[in-house]
Each structure stands twice: as C-alpha cells, then as structure tokens.
Design a binder for this molecule. Structure first.
Ligand code: ZN
Ligand code: ZN
Length: 422
C-alpha cells in the first residue's frame, strides 16, 4: 500500500484477514435463521462482535434491534443498516449449510425457517465493515453507527426501533445507507437515484355469505363465487384505473374458503398485496379495492358488510439524489465497471423509516448474489426468469464469494466521501 492509496483501499486492506470468520459466520447464520421479531441468537452474535471491535453497544431497541457506535474524533456521522430476519420458507438449495430450522410463527404455527432473502449476507457484511472501520481508524475520522434491525420482512422492525427511542442513543447522523442482495451477478453493486423500491401494503378482506348444503345453493349466498368474482374484478384496477406509465401491482396472494366439497361455507378470506411508487396511486388503488369488494358483496346479496384489515405496510424507498451521487462516484472509482445502474424494483423495504424519522438523507443499493457464470449462462439461454432463483424462493442462496467481499467493501467505500473526503 502506498502513501497515496485511497482511504477505502487502506481500510479494505484488512479484508483478507477477516474473510475466514466472515464466511464461517455467514454459514452459521444461514443454518440458524430466525423469524421476524425472534432474532435473539443473531442479535446476541452481533452484540458480542461489536463489543469485541470496540463499539459502544445498545441492544434490545425495538425488540432485538442493536446499535453499535464507533467514535473516531470530529467529523460526520454515517449510519449503516442491516436487517436480521429470515422467512417461513423451507430451504431447497441443497447446500451443505442449508437450513433445516423450524420455529413457531407469530400465529403459533410450526414453520420451516430460511434466510431466503439474504439478510444473513447483510449482517455478515456489516459486521465485517464494522471491524475494518475500527481497525482502519487511522484512515478516517467521524462516527460510524452500525445498526442491526429486526423484522424487515413484516415491515415493522424499523418502525419498532424508531418508536423505542432509537434517536435518543444516536449522535446527529449525516447520511444513512443500507444494501440488499439481489439476483444479479455476484460482485456487482447497483445504485439508483430517486424512487427505487415500491411502497407495499397487505390487506386481508373477509366477505360474508350464507352457508348451506352443497346440493341446495338456492338457500345460500355463496362466498366462494363471490370471492372468485372479486379476484377477477380486482384485475381491472391496475389495467383500467391506473395510468399505463405509472407502475403498480395488485396481487391476490391467498384465498381461503370452505373445508368440504358439499358444504357451501359462510365466508371467504382474501389476502392482497399492493405495490406503488407514490401516495396518490396507492390511495386510488386502496379506494378502488374497497369500492369493488363492497359492490360485489352487494351484487351477491351478502348479508354483512365486508371487513378490510391493512397490514405489513412498507414506505416507498426514495434514494436522495445528492447522497446517491456521492456514493455512486465512490463506487465507480472503486468497483469500476462492476458498478451498475439498477432499475426501479417492485420489492419493498422498511429501511426508509429510520432515516425519515431522523431527518437524514439516505441511499440504498443492490449487491449481486448469483454466481456470474451461472447468470451468464441463463442470459445466453434467455432463461434468467426460469433459472435464476429470486429472493424469497426456496432456492435462493447467494454464492458466498464474491458476494461477501463486495457487500463488505461497498459499505466501507460508501462511508468514505463523508469520513475521509479527498
Ligand atoms: Zn425479503
Ligand atoms: Zn430482504
């Protein structure tokens, strides 16, 4: 390393020395996934490591949330966030370190648990960056906040930390960053300026009918037929009520009614997921759902008004333009042509709740997790959608390298325009 080396390179000179524990920790986390709000083991690992690295640690924020603070003299404060939770998915990757874990979910059901969204990469990368920044403190000044958040998948972990007094343990933060592993080639970092990820809302709708014998439909108001009509009619909202240039998604992900072929049940439950990029479109869609469902119930002669429950709310993720430009320039200098522009995605994230509550600009970027040769083969065959498992699928597990190296490096590189301006 020469005296003129870029500070990011000086800090990242330690990467080779932490790779072994990072890869070991990643496999361990992958084999011990924990559902949203149950990240006790993961949080304890984080607390122990941050303590070893010399961070001031605040644990138990918003449940299992952890904040580590490293003061390194006067200068800006940068917050780096990782999410810790896993999903109720049965792993089918066939990897030697695949999860066989099971756990009780929030409803008490025993479910398989898997890090199917790659949050184990996020935790491992942030711990690695935390150690490198501590070891390399001669090359920068200011304050680093390493924040480990519970319950991203249920959309309420970031809010839980905010509501539990997160701001009171933090110094004034100048910029906040988070990253997510995506099904693009490993080693790639992808940035996006402006609105990046959609807002998301889930809605549970109960429609009421009148139960009867399957042979006597004239005595019933059949909620199965009613629900079927609703499912079809809801498809017209995005196609007919939202402008074609405005991205929006409405999915009916679950429909439940009845238990037996010759019994007409008395109610049906539909679960919907809605994604939009602005509040006006969101309101249009939510209002249209209520209007259509209420009118279809009336059309069927439903004996009771339908019930609507909104849950799993995520805000829209809007990357600050100036902050993104500074990070992007640092990434381009470090990663070269491995830094991509990413398009908007319809996924959602609750990270934005934290910087929004603190009044801090933020940017959120993507990290590739798919073996580059596998990805290229799929591209060449025109089979990316078929052959590349996406987040939340039972086959999604990032290749450990170069994913971890890139994700760890990205966190360090992003902080440098603030902590070690050239
Ligand atoms: Zn996810
Ligand atoms: Zn995720």
């Amino acid at each position: 390393m020469t005296a003129s080396a870029h500070p990011a390179e000086s800090v990242l000179a330690g990467l080779a020395g932490i790779r072994a524990w990072q890869e070991g920790l990643y496999r361990d986390l992958h084999q011990h996934p924990e559902l949203s709000h149950q990240e006790l083991r993961t949080a304890q690992l984080v607390v122990d490591r941050l303590g070893d690295f010399g961070y001031r640690v605040h644990a138990g924020i918003g449940g299992t949330g952890v904040v580590g603070i490293l003061d390194n003299g006067p200068g800006p404060t940068v917050l780096l966030r990782a999410d810790m939770d896993a999903l109720p998915v049965k792993e089918a990757t066939g990897l030697p370190y695949a999860s066989t874990a099971r756990s009780a979910d929030a409803q008490g059901h025993d479910v398989s648990v898997m890090h199917a969204c790659g949050h184990d990469i996020h935790v491992t990368a942030l711990l690695g960056a935390a150690q490198l920044l501590a070891q390399g403190r001669d090359h920068w000044h200011g304050t680093v906040v390493a924040l480990f958040q519970p319950a991203e998948e249920t959309g309420d972990g970031a809010r839980a930390m905010v509501e539990d007094g997160l701001a009171s343990v933090l110094p004034k933060v100048d910029a906040a960053f988070a990253q997510h592993v995506f099904p693009i080639p490993a080693g790639i970092i992808g940035t996006h300026s402006g609105p990046f990820l959609a807002s998301a809302d889930s809605m549970r709708i109960t429609v009421h009918g009148r139960g009867s014998h399957g042979s006597m439909p004239q005595s019933s108001v059949d909620p199965v037929v009613l629900a079927a009509m609703i499912v079809v009619r809801l498809q017209t909202i995005v196609s007919r009520e939202v402008a074609p240039v405005e991205p929006a998604v409405l999915t009916v992900g679950s429909i439940e009614a009845g238990s037996k072929s010759n019994v007409i049940p008395d109610h049906a439950v539909l679960q919907l997921n809605i994604r939009t990029y602005n509040d006006q479109t969101r309101t249009t869609i939510l209002d249209a759902i209520r209007r259509i469902v209420t009118a279809e119930c009336a059309a069927s002669g439903s004996p009771r008004e339908p019930e609507f429950v909104l849950f799993d709310r995520f805000p829209v993720t809007v990357n600050d333009i100036e902050t993104t430009a500074r990070v992007r320039a640092a990434f381009s200098a470090f990663f070269g042509d491995k830094c991509w522009d990413m398009p908007e995605g319809t996924g959602s994230e609750d990270f934005g709740e934290i910087p929004s509550a603190l009044g801090v600009p933020y940017t959120y970027w993507g990290v590739g997790g798919i073996d580059a040769a596998t990805y290229q083969k799929a591209v060449a065959a025109g089979r990316v959608l078929e052959d590349i498992p996406v987040n939340h699928s039972p086959g999604f597990a990032p290749v450990i390298q170069p994913t971890l190296d890139a994700a760890t490096s990205a966190l360090v590189v992003a902080t440098m325009p603030w902590l070690a301006p050239q």
